[in-house]
Design a protein around this ligand. Structure first.
Ligand SMILES: [Zn+2]
Ligand SMILES: [Zn+2]
Length: 246
């Protein structure tokens, strides 16, 4: 009798206690909710409170991205840097102020979007412990709408007209032969490369350059192909005056 009791007790400790899931009825080890992991996953949404839509601003001129607080950063599409920027706009991934634990981000990947769609998509996978020892994992998509904006630097450049050096080519004659010849040479040698804009006048042309170096190279080219006299003017915005150095 004693031995039987002992063997009975041994039987109990060796056979795991199972209960039936209160939803689907499969045998499981008991837990606080008495529910199996798959039923728990379908009834609890661990992504609740995480935003799945956000807006990103990109400068239409220099293609940099707005980080917030007037700061812009340059990064390639589908880059690590752009991913971390995207993640910084997802709310609900940090622990709440009331001590509520946010789900843990375990994976983030890009979903391809058409480059001109003005949309970026990422897939995030998060984990969270919902019952003692039961860790749920869920994947979901976050979509970003890309809006065009002009960054402060490009705005400033636009206000200044963008150019720093201006080459004015003039010839006071009745015909246009020299300029037609010059135009062909410029196009043939690509000498206008780096030029922001060109304006034509009755007696000549204006070439706008973003810096002195490109303008100097263009003058050098002109000196090599046509007889010219060069006159330099230094224009200062602070004194609003121009001075000729020749
Ligand atoms: Zn179940
Ligand atoms: Zn810009």
């Amino acid at each position: 009798m004693v031995s039987e009791t002992t063997s009975g007790a041994m039987m109990t400790s060796c056979t795991p206690v199972t209960i039936l899931c209160c939803v689907c009825g499969v045998p499981i080890a008991p837990n606080a909710a008495n529910t199996c992991a798959s039923c728990l996953a379908s009834s609890v949404d661990i992504t609740r409170g995480i935003s799945t839509e956000a807006t990103l601003h990109q400068c239409r001129d220099c293609k940099r991205w707005h980080r917030g607080a007037g700061k812009w950063m340059g990064c390639e599409l589908e880059s690590k840097e752009l991913m971390s920027l995207c993640l910084s706009f997802v709310s609900g991934l940090r622990n709440g102020k009331s001590g509520e634990k946010a789900p843990r981000l375990v994976d983030a990947s890009w979903i391809w979007t058409e480059p001109h769609s003005m949309r970026l998509k990422i897939r995030l996978t998060v984990q969270k412990e919902v019952q003692h020892g039961t860790v749920l994992q869920q994947s979901f998509m976050v979509e970003y709408i890309v809006r065009n904006q002009q960054c402060v630097d490009c705005q400033a450049e636009f206000r200044q007209g963008g150019w720093k050096s201006l080459v004015q080519v003039r010839q006071r004659v009745s015909h246009k032969r020299t300029f037609l010849y010059l135009e062909q040479l410029i196009l043939k040698h690509g000498a206008h490369r780096g030029c922001l804009s060109i304006e034509a006048f009755r007696d000549g042309m204006d070439f706008y350059f973003p810096d002195k170096g490109k303008a100097a190279r263009f003058i050098c080219f002109l000196e090599n192909v046509v007889p010219i006299k060069v006159c330099f003017l230094v224009y200062s915005t602070s004194s609003s005056s121009s001075s000729c150095c020749c």
